[in-house]
Design a protein around this ligand. Structure first.
Ligand SMILES: [Cu+2]
Length: 467
């Protein structure tokens, strides 16, 4: 039976008051406050009560436990400062929920009634907006518009019915610029009531967040609008992002939401994918089209689906600056500029000085430059054939024939079947690469990259007339 107090809460929740403050007496009966200490992917638990579903795998994250009370699923989020490891070698001081940024994934089932307690342990007020969920206006979590903000030290409660299955997220709608720049966000997955609908074998989720953390520092600069230097999935950068593991032939869904300030064209190698769900709901099969890159705009969510084929498949944002870690973009382009013994001469004045980029930037990955403390290499990640030369929004979809259902641990590197891998060409006769055949009047070899020579063939952008 509902107590008069809770009946009051529910009634107030449905009224214009929206989420209501919980008294100290009620706080004594709050659901247990679960927190997570690690950034490692937690194997998803099967639902402990209520309707069955296939749980999502939160990349480098976890799902929030609940308790069932009077037929309502009760969750407890706490907004608080957290220390998040972005990748081994770098931690950031962020704000998040229940010990981590992003917060834990909330999972429930279409038709469920949920009651979500939110405790604020931040130094300023906050609120939670349930992005993509259809809720009563008073539960929408917009500070100042649908509720007063949740003050520091206060606990508020939201309660609503989950009317649609789908892909959603939660984040503050109070001092958003600060609170999202500090990492406050989480995924909210509503599973279909009938588990045969939209069925897949593996279901992954993560949120895209960008941070601006100066090399050597740990706290994001919150006023940055565009020039971020750490591009993360679930507040992790490569090589800290877990692989997405699947078995050959599995139907795989990957859901991602974008809470950065720019779009991200998400490219999966080796597969054709289709968008099956957005934060607006499921896409009818007849309305889907094939893609290899799916752009996710600011404030959007996309779920892609594909049938897994064996291999190690790169999966990354296609903006190449988003697959790099913090170094700043103030590095001059040195490609083709001979620095001679400049580096050696500067090194006499500045120990550890290195000339960068004379032969491209891959030297940066190979040389392991000395870095300030708590700073990651710009491009990194050891593969079986050397450095992968990636950072930021990059991971590997690892598909194997022998992965057991429900297992997500890293299977190691892919062993390519004989005859299916690129190889170095070895000539039978020495020096048999023929000279290039050039168009009449084309520049000779040595001028091709000589940017220092004035009056070369580089001026103007008009068409070549070939004389
Ligand atoms: Cu991107």
């Amino acid at each position: 039976m509902t107590t008069p107090r809770r009946a009051f809460l529910r009634h107030a929740g449905a009224s214009a008051l929206g989420a209501v403050a919980v008294s100290r007496a009620a706080a004594a009966t709050l659901p247990e406050l679960a927190t997570q200490a690690t950034a490692a992917t937690q194997p998803p638990p099967l639902p402990s009560s209520g309707r069955p579903y296939l749980p999502v795998v939160t990349l480098n994250g976890w799902s929030l436990p609940w308790r069932m009370r009077d037929g309502v699923k009760e969750f407890h989020l706490v907004a608080e400062p957290v220390v998040r490891e972005l990748a081994p070698g770098m931690t950031a001081r962020l704000w998040g929920y229940n010990g981590q940024s992003p917060g834990p994934t909330i999972e429930a089932v279409e038709g469920d009634r949920v009651r979500i307690y939110v405790t604020n342990r931040l130094p300023e007020h906050t609120s939670i907006h349930w992005h993509g969920l259809i809720v009563p206006s008073g539960m929408d979590g917009v500070s100042g518009l649908t509720q007063a903000p949740i003050g520091p030290g206060k606990t508020w409660v939201y309660e609503f019915e989950l009317t649609h299955a789908g892909t959603n997220m939660y984040h503050p709608h109070a001092d958003e610029m600060t609170q999202m720049a500090m990492g406050m966000m989480g995924s909210f997955i509503v599973h279909p009531k009938d588990p045969r609908r939209h069925r897949v074998d593996r279901d992954f989720v993560f949120l895209l967040a960008a941070y601006d953390i100066e090399p050597g520092a740990a706290v994001p600069r919150i006023n940055t609008m565009l020039d971020f230097n750490l591009w993360t999935w679930n507040s992790r950068v490569y090589p800290g992002i877990a692989p997405l593991v699947a078995r050959s032939g599995d139907r795989v869904r990957i859901r991602f939401g974008n809470l950065t300030m720019t779009n991200h064209p998400m490219h999966l190698h080796g597969h054709h994918v289709e968008v099956s769900c957005t934060d607006g709901g499921w896409v009818p099969k007849s309305a889907r089209w094939p893609e290899a890159t799916v752009d996710v705009g600011v404030g959007q969510m996309r779920a892609i689906e594909f049938t897994a084929t064996p291999g190690d498949w790169a999966f990354h944002c296609h903006k190449s600056h988003h697959t790099m870690n913090a170094m700043g973009h103030g590095v001059p382009t040195m490609l083709g500029v001979g620095a001679g013994d400049l580096a050696a001469r500067i090194a006499k004045l500045v120990p550890d000085y290195m000339a960068m980029g004379e032969r491209g930037m891959s030297d940066m990955a190979a040389m392991r430059m000395p870095l300030p403390a708590n700073t990651l290499p710009m491009m990194d990640g050891d593969g079986p054939y050397g450095s992968v030369e990636m950072g930021g929004m990059f991971s590997v979809v690892k598909v194997r024939d022998d992965v057991a259902a429900g297992r997500y641990d890293d299977p190691g590197w892919y062993r390519h079947p004989p005859g299916t891998q690129a190889r170095e060409y070895v000539s039978e006769q020495a020096g048999d690469v023929p000279p290039p055949v050039r168009a009449p009047g084309a520049a000779p070899d040595d001028a091709t990259f000589d940017v220092k020579k004035p009056g070369g063939h580089h001026e103007g952008h008009g068409g070549h007339d070939g004389h």
